[in-house]
Design a protein around this ligand. Sequence first.
Ligand SMILES: C[S@@+](CC[C@H](N)C(=O)[O-])C[C@H]1O[C@@H](n2cnc3c(N)ncnc32)[C@H](O)[C@@H]1O
Length: 348
Amino acid sequence: MHHRPTSSADVLIAKVRGRPQAMVRLARSLLAGSGRHDDARALCLEALALAPDDAELATLARPLIARNIEPWYFTMMQDEARHALYGQAICQTIRPGSMVLDIGAGSGLFAMMAAKAGATVIACERDPVVADAARAVVAANGMTDRVAVVSADALSLHVGVDLPEPADALIWDNLANNLFGAGCAGTLHHACAHLLKPGARVLPGRVEIVTALATDLRPADRTMSTAAGFDMRAFNHLSPALATVTSGAINLRSDSAVLFDVDCTAAMVPSRASATVRATRGTVHGVVQWLRFHLAPGLIYDTSEPQVRAFGLQFHPVAPFVVDEPCEVTIHGEHDVRDTWFWVERGA
Ligand SMILES: C[S@@+](CC[C@H](N)C(=O)[O-])C[C@H]1O[C@@H](n2cnc3c(N)ncnc32)[C@H](O)[C@@H]1O
C-alpha cells in the first residue's frame, strides 16, 4: 500500500499496522465499506503474513482477498480434455524460440504450456489480483525466466513497451460461453492490428457458434406454474431471458446448425444469421448454443461434450411449442460482439 496518510482512513491504517486483528477489522469495516477494495485486500494479505496460523483472521480476510474472483477459474482447471487439446495445439502451433502473447492469462496455465513448448511468453491479464496470483503460479513452477505476466488490459498493450517486438503467435482465452461476452472481439482486433507479426499464428484461430432446438428438462427452474394451489403463471414474463445449463438439463430436439463461423483474425463478423434445422417430435422450449473451437488442424474442442468443465451451454427460451411430426424450423441469431440473441421461426 503506497498511500500517503492524507485521509482519516490512511491515518488509521498507519495506526493498526503490525496488529493483525485490528488490520483485518479495519479492512472489513472502513476500507471495504468505503470501496477501497485494493487497500482492504493489501491490508488483509499483510495481516495474514503476520499471523499465518490464525484461523479466525483467515476466515474474516478471505472474502476480501478473493473478492470478485469467479468460481470458473477453478472449474476450468478440471477440464482435462481441454488441457490435453491445448497442449497438443500449442506443440503444433508454437515454434521453440518464438515469442508468444497470451491474452487473458488467468492462472497462467496456457502461458506455462507455451513456455514448456520452448517459447518466451508475455502473459497479459487485466485483473491485477489474478495477475499477481498467476505470477505466483509461474514462480512456483520455476518459469519466471520464460513467462512475464503483464497486469494490463490487452487493449492497452504496446510493442516497445509491454512486448519487445510483435509476437510470433497469439494464445487468447478472454472467452465467454457465447464467445463474445468478455470482449474478445476488440482485443483480437487490436492484437492482430498492432501486436502480432504478419502471418502470426492465432490459437484458437476459428470458433463456430453452434445452435440447436432443445427441450428444457427442468422448466420449473425457469418458469412458474402453480405453488400451494395458486396459479403463478402471471409472473413468467420475468423469467430469465438466458440461462447457463449443463448438457444434462436439456434434450436436443433437432440437428445442430452453425450460425456464426468466426475467423479470429478477421476484422468483421456478420451480426445476423439464420439456419434451418429439422425439429424432432417433442416440446421445444428454447435454442441452446455452444461453441466449437478449432485449435489447430484436426484439433477441435466442442463445449457441448458432457465432460466439458470450462464452459456452459447457453439456453435461450422461446415460446414453447410441440412438434408432432418432424418439420423444418429456422433459428435466427444476432450479436453485437458482446451479447447474443437467438429465436425461432416455424414454417407454415
Ligand atoms: C477464462 S479466463 C482465462 C483462463 C486461463 N486460460 C486459465 O487457464 O486460467 C479469462 C481471463 O481473461 C481476463 N481478461 C478478460 N478480458 C481481458 C482483456 N481485455 N485483457 C486482459 N485480460 C483479460 C480475465 O480477467 C480472465 O482472467
